[in-house]
Write a new protein. Structure first.
Lengths: 135, 294
């Protein structure tokens, strides 16, 4: 993966905002990719958790805006418990989701779920999904 | 012995088989269960952003209900409820600033500072009853059932609320062994089933869930025991579809551990609500002579 870093692609504010929202410092990441190795959803992600940490370290907001990694995260904390730098990566993923959701954008539209899905799924799936995917 | 119990929404409806089997088993073990009055949804997932306190109000309100009703411990069963309640409780106990803000916001409630202990059903069984005592009450041992404990994510992570350390499955292993089952080590016992991702992916296409079932089949596991309705949905109810779509090679029946407990205690199978499980789950227990043939 080649990352282009210029004054135009990099947003220092976004690095600060991510830290404020997540409470975590992505600068601690040493790119060992243990998170990617632990992640049960990695195969469905267009960029691995390690790559996302790298983008976040450099504040590449435009690049981060168009990827699916944090939407595929299941908040299972497998990455967080194994991170040798002690970063709670699940919190970084949540902050990336929230940055989109807090602009009143939904990742999934509840009205598009079929009646069968709603009837069949346990309530915790619906509540958890709406909490993670809707504004 | 008396306990205060928080069931949560799913256990009252779509996961009645988790709840009813648990209550009947506790009654058979001599425990009097009191469901706390006026409980509400736990919120299902813990908010991970540093500034989001409003989503702690739901779980904290349940803890206040328990405190008001005189409970020192609140026993809960669903893995997601356990995680959300335990994490909210930890905030109230350890974070003075957030505790003050939440208490100030809930002006109509009494102040709360983490006085109630949130306990998972498995921890309660082990600490207050013990595997030996359970074993003595077993009437239908689950002999020959090669089962693996499946913990998923929320029973163990993060470490400060985990019912036991990451990578250790001694609680459910102890229980299943006491019930006479053969417990098979399972290296995917703490892998996530895909959780709420089921909302955004097409039915039967859950790669995380399929990986777990394929690993279980490879390890010679006949059945999985879980304590989470979302794990049961992703691994159990979606299983036939995954098989039809070629995502998994073989069926692996799934149960709530409370159902296996109730069966082994020889309770009427009606309390297990097996109609909510897949057909293959019921068939396997019949094959093992643990359930009377219909």
């Amino acid at each position: 993966m080649t990352l282009t870093i210029t004054a135009q692609t990099q947003s220092i504010t976004s690095i600060e905002k991510l830290k404020e929202l997540s409470g975590e410092s992505v600068k601690l990441c040493m790119q060992c990719a243990t998170c990617t190795g632990m992640c049960p959803m990695a195969q469905e992600m267009d960029y691995s958790p390690r790559q996302v940490m790298h983008m976040a370290q450099f504040g590449l907001i435009d690049k981060l805006a168009g990827i699916n990694t944090y939407w595929k995260c299941a908040s299972c904390h497998a990455c967080s418990v194994k991170c040798p730098r002690g970063i709670d990566i699940a919190k970084v993923m949540e902050a990336l989701r929230q940055q989109v959701l807090r602009k009143s954008k939904n990742y999934i539209e509840p009205s598009r779920l079929s009646a069968e899905q709603v009837a069949e799924m346990p309530q915790i799936a619906l509540v958890a999904g709406f909490r993670k995917f809707t504004s | 012995m008396k306990i205060s119990y928080y069931p949560g929404c799913t256990l009252k409806t779509k996961a009645k088989n988790l709840d009813r089997a648990a209550i009947a088993s506790l009654t058979a073990l001599g425990v009097e269960v009191t469901e706390i009055d006026r409980w509400n949804c736990c919120g299902a997932v813990h908010s991970l952003t540093a500034d989001d306190l409003i989503h702690q109000v739901g779980p904290v309100r349940n803890l206040i209900r328990a405190k008001e009703q005189g409970a020192k411990k609140l026993v809960t069963l669903c893995s997601m409820c356990y995680n959300t309640l335990a994490r909210a409780n930890r905030i109230m106990k350890t974070d003075e600033v957030k505790r003050a803000t939440i208490n100030r916001f809930m002006t109509e409630e009494i102040d709360y500072a983490g006085e109630v202990e949130v306990v998972h059903f498995l921890t309660f069984l082990q600490e207050e009853i013990g595997w030996e005592a359970v074993k003595e009450k077993v009437k239908v041992p689950l002999t020959g059932l090669a089962v693996a404990p499946y913990y998923g994510c929320t029973l163990q992570r993060p470490a400060d609320v985990g019912i036991e350390p990451f990578g250790s499955y001694s609680l459910m292993t102890g229980l299943l062994e006491a019930l006479g089952a053969t417990v098979v080590p399972f290296n995917a016992a703490d892998k996530c089933c895909g959780s709420y991702q089921v909302l955004g992916s097409p039915a039967g296409e859950n790669s995380a869930g399929a990986a777990i079932l394929n690993l279980a089949a490879g390890a010679g596991i006949e059945a999985l025991a879980t304590s989470c309705p979302l794990c049961e949905y992703n691994l159990g109810k979606q299983q036939q579809l995954m098989l039809e779509k070629g995502r998994i090679a073989k069926n692996i029946p799934t149960y709530y551990f409370t159902q296996l407990l109730a069966v082994a205690l020889g309770l009427d199978s009606a309390v297990c609500h097996f109609e909510l499980n897949t057909r293959i789950s019921v068939d396997l227990l019949k094959d093992k002579n643990c359930l009377a043939a219909a």
